[in-house]
Design a protein around this ligand. Structure first.
Ligand SMILES: Cc1cc2nc3c(=O)[nH]c(=O)nc-3n(C[C@H](O)[C@H](O)[C@H](O)COP(=O)(O)O)c2cc1C
Length: 518
């Protein structure tokens, strides 16, 4: 024994390194079967896997230029971070974008901007920008709702996001007078810090789930009665990142608390099926919407990504014939985010926002229905100029998911599906989310929303208008290609939006249905 110990203690440090490397080489060649590269190139083969694993960070920090990353490039992320922290979000020396590039958008400015009077609501509050339409007004719901902010937090569930992140978002929307969409995972205590809430559910019916896994109207009514801050209900048909796929919450993210809120088992992937149990065709869906609206008194809308139009056409015909149907429609673009989705879906299924929205809006407009629906857009629209384009096309509000995540600290590491989110935003790890201070982060979300609204109002004024609902298709131009140079939206997408009835910002402020706590 002493001889062995003596021998081992006499091995030098480089001797130990050689022994470890020899061990790794033996394992690579004889024992592991999973990696051909390590077998064929023992030891050095590991370098490849390591470099590959740190590649995204290397590219993000050192290699990618300011405008080339996706989903959000460095300039976009920087603008959100600076806006959220109320830091200087200007750029010096002029734009660094290629403004002749395909799809670049331009807002046609007026010769003289809109002038606000001394007693104008925006003179008092430069960020006051409510929705110009009221949800549920046409259908005479008992509790109509006018969102007090044109930018709001899009569907993201507790489960997909951490408790601290959900709490920060809810406290943030309260400060910014916006609403918070719950996402599919049900209403959690973290959604209940005083902000307006849009309760969202999908095919899993989490939070309003009957024992057989279907929808429970009894639970829906109780939920709405117990939580008066729920202002509207959104039925999810699909989302841009994975339409027709249903949902997945990986087992790694299912804690006891999440399992209890959703009514599912701990430690097993939670799958929402692709189809609803509560309805199986368009007329049944309209009945379902009407029953929920009748039982709760709230406006009820649907969220979907757009592809084929036949069933939408059927919906529009029913709405025209019966005077019933959704109070709002949220159109999600194919570029939309998700907690987890197969790339084949995220990359290819459903149309990008501009194509999907223009198809859908035209369809409803042609049937004379666009005035009675509140159109909400989502899909990387959380930037004032993008929002101006969306409003010119017919959107009345926008929802933001990833932009909201970034405002509370997300660094776009794109690992939401692994439970290892380094910023603590999209993980259930207690350690990782402990870095989030909800008081500070809620201020950040609120500040991002306020900065967004302030800049959006300024762009609106530059175009000669008081409210962005007045944007017309001809106010925005988009580079199409070299031959046509740039074309107005109306000529590119071949329609004009229905003018939104708007009298003044003061009327919106005086509206008894106005949400938030103004
Ligand atoms: C982490 C995460 C979770 C999401 N969860 C849901 C969900 O539960 N239901 C849903 O309809 N959409 C969900 N979405 C999609 C967003 O609500 C939104 O439609 C999409 O990301 C586009 O908005 P964005 O470009 O501002 O992120 C989720 C997105 C993210 C990033």
């Amino acid at each position: 024994m002493d001889i062995i110990l003596d021998f081992l203690t006499n091995i030098s440090w480089w001797g130990w390194i050689l022994i470890v490397l020899a061990g790794v080489a033996i394992r690579d060649i004889f024992f592991q079967k999973a990696h051909t590269i390590s077998h064929n190139y023992p030891i050095v083969g590991h370098l490849r896997y390591w470099l590959e694993s740190i590649g995204p960070e290397m590219r993000q920090y050192f290699v990618a230029n300011n405008r080339e990353e996706l989903p959000f490039n460095r300039i976009e992320r920087g603008w959100i971070y600076a806006s959220a922290k109320k830091e200087n979000n200007y750029e010096g020396f002029g734009t660094d974008r290629d403004i002749y590039a395909h799809q670049h958008i331009f807002v046609n400015n007026a010769m003289m901007p809109y002038k606000i009077a001394d007693n104008h609501p925006n003179k008092i509050d430069k960020t006051f920008l409510p929705c110009a339409k009221v949800m549920g007004e046409f259908n005479k719901r008992k509790r109509p709702y006018r969102p007090a902010s044109v930018i709001n937090v899009s569907a993201m569930s507790f489960g997909s996001l951490s408790a601290k992140a959900v709490e920060s978002l809810n406290k943030g929307v309260k400060i910014a007078c916006a609403y918070h969409n719950t996402g599919e995972g049900g209403l959690s205590p973290y959604h209940s810090h005083g902000g307006d809430v849009v309760f969202h559910f999908g095919t899993g019916y989490f939070g309003v789930r009957a024992d057989d896994g279907g929808f429970s109207m009894e639970k829906m009514v109780k939920l709405v009665n117990d939580n008066p801050f729920i202002k509207a209900i959104e039925v999810k048909l699909s989302q841009g990142a994975k339409p027709g796929k249903g949902g997945v919450l990986p087992a790694a993210k299912i804690t006891k608390e999440i399992a209890k809120i959703r009514g599912v088992e701990v430690g097993k992937d939670v799958l929402s099926p692709p189809n609803h149990k509560a309805f199986s065709n368009v007329p049944e869906m309209v009945d379902f919407i009407e029953k929920i609206a009748e039982a709760t008194g709230l406006p009820v809308g649907i969220k979907a990504a757009i592809g084929k139009l036949e069933q939408w056409e059927e919906l529009a015909d029913i709405m025209k014939k019966t005077g019933k149907g959704p109070d709002f429609i949220t159109v999600d673009g194919g570029e939309g985010g998700t907690g987890a989705a197969p790339p084949s879906f995220a990359d290819h299924v459903s149309l990008p926002w501009v194509y999907g929205f223009s198809d859908l809006y035209c369809l409803f407009k042609d049937k004379g229905l666009s005035e009675r629906i509140v159109f909400i857009g989502s899909g990387k629209l959380g930037f004032p100029a993008k929002a101006a384009m969306a409003f010119a096309m017919g959107a009345d509000c926008i929802n933001v998911a990833r932009e909201a995540m970034m405002s509370i600290g997300c660094i776009q590491s794109q690992v939401c599906h692994t439970n290892r989110c380094p910023s603590g935003v999209a993980t259930q790890s207690k350690w990782l989310q402990n870095g989030i201070d909800p008081t500070l982060k809620s201020e950040r979300l609120a500040q991002y929303f306020k900065t967004f609204r302030k800049e959006f109002i300024e762009i609106t004024h530059a175009a000669g208008y008081e409210h962005p609902c007045q944007f017309k298709m001809s106010d925005i131009e988009i580079n199409v290609d070299d031959h046509n140079l740039s074309k107005e939206l109306s000529r590119t997408y071949m329609y004009n939006k229905t003018p939104v009835p708007f009298t003044s910002m003061q009327t919106l402020k005086d509206c008894s249905y106005l949400g938030g706590v103004y």
